[in-house]
Design a protein around this ligand. Sequence first.
Ligand SMILES: [Zn+2]
Length: 178
Amino acid sequence: MRRTCLLMLTCLLVAAVASAEPAVGSRIRPLGRGEQRLMRDAVSQSATVRRLAERIEDSDLIVMLRFGLLSLGKAGTTELLSVVPGTRYVLVTLDPRAVDHDRVARLGHELTHVVELADAPGVTNAETMRTLFRRIGWPSSGRDNWETAAALETARRVVEDLEHPPVHIVDMAHARTR
Ligand SMILES: [Zn+2]
């Protein structure tokens, strides 16, 4: 009985925390508060990131987003973690040392790779992933590292979104400083 109560309490607390956070969708799951803040800010500040997030919501992917140090030269990675019927799990890791616009641009870059996976439902393992990126991209440094023009272009567009925010966001920023 005691155990049941504890479990229910935990569930209620989790529900309360979940409802306190503005929704950025249920398929992109930031693994910590910093990641949560980044995702929320990116969606509100960049129409490009918002469009990517909407496309991911309409996919079979569950995307875990975390900060983590990566091997030399890498600022972010997108990996296919596992596949179960109906759902593919993806892990996006971002170097936490990137800051400000660079960090949001890097998020947009990796979310573009996620959308590339969303657009290719046949990618379910390393081999099919290789086939996809051989077709839409080119080998980057190291084994099984790939790059695409779309991801590079997204990063550029995200920086543009951040440098030229829509008028209403500028107004809100002014309102806060008064
Ligand atoms: Zn890339």
